[in-house]
Design a protein around this ligand. Structure first.
Ligand code: SF4
Length: 269
């Protein structure tokens, strides 16, 4: 009966935004850019131009700098969108960490814009994570010596299970009551390391301790965004968990997404 209920919840997708795409976040970035351009033009016409009689040269300098910034930002976003749309990296000379940081930097503003357009913070966060995942897929190269590290939250483990999987995931008896069993099966097949951690700070410590080449992290949207920012030097694919029983209890992994990420990093695209 219980497993029937769980499979129905899986079909519905439960809580979380598992099917998010980068589209929402990119649209918000475009709105941000239009507002930024309008604000810059307004600033130039109201503040800079009226004082040109006093300092004509410096006014010219400010106008040129403003134009260069607006054009460069626009150009950058157009090229980045082309990369994301075509699945090809047109900006290989800019590090993945910097590109991730730039989109992450716009998050507070995109979040405000999202709310004005009636989109929840969870939806905006999930779209940003999808965008960062897409960027990572096209811009992360090579297999690397450090291998793959999978970070899982403790809430994936069935709340009634007494196995001490946070100490050693091999203690899972694979009863199938939670997704840990599936992860252990894949761990044996693809040979990656797994750490079950409680919170972003422990996850960050694990990454620094184990020095992986790639990270696949499962968590709620908020923790994923914090974690991705904290490990700026490692490519991370974030998979938002599903929360059919509410936050932090018996959460569910999108196993298809998870396996896709593992295969990508394992060189089995
Ligand atoms: S699959 Fe593993 S971790 Fe999950 S309930 Fe069963 S023994 Fe516990």
């Amino acid at each position: 009966m219980k497993s029937e209920k769980k499979s129905k919840i899986r079909e519905r997708g439960g809580g979380g935004m598992p099917s998010a795409t980068p589209g929402l976040y990119l649209r918000l970035v475009v709105v941000w850019y239009v507002l930024f351009t309008a604000a810059t033009a307004l600033f130039c016409s109201l503040v800079v131009l009226p004082i040109r009689a006093l300092h004509p040269l410096s006014v010219k300098g400010v106008l040129s700098a403003a134009t260069i910034i607006v054009v460069m930002c626009g150009l950058y976003f157009v090229i980045e969108m082309l990369s994301l749309g075509r699945g090809r990296d047109f900006l290989p000379f800019i590090s993945l960490a910097k590109r991730r940081a730039l989109f992450r930097m716009l998050y507070p503003l995109c979040n405000i814009l999202g709310r004005l357009f009636g989109r929840s913070q969870e939806a905006v966060s999930a779209s940003l994570i999808a965008l960062i995942n897409q960027l990572t897929r096209i811009a992360a190269r090579g297999r690397g010596e450090g291998g793959i590290l999978v970070l899982l939250p403790r809430c994936v483990q069935n709340s009634k299970c007494t196995q001490r999987i946070a100490e050693d995931i091999a203690q899972c008896k694979r009863c199938g009551k939670c997704d840990i069993a599936r992860v252990v099966e894949m761990m044996e097949k693809y040979r990656f390391r797994v750490a079950v951690v409680g919170g972003g700070e422990l996850a960050r410590k694990k990454v620094h301790e184990l020095s992986p080449s790639f990270v696949i992290a499962v968590a709620c949207e908020r923790e994923l965004l914090e974690g991705i920012s904290a490990v700026s030097d490692v490519p991370v694919i974030g998979i938002p968990n599903r929360r059919p029983e509410g936050p932090c209890t018996n959460t569910v992994i999108d196993i298809d997404e998870f396996e896709k990420a593992v295969r990508l990093y394992s060189g089995e695209r």
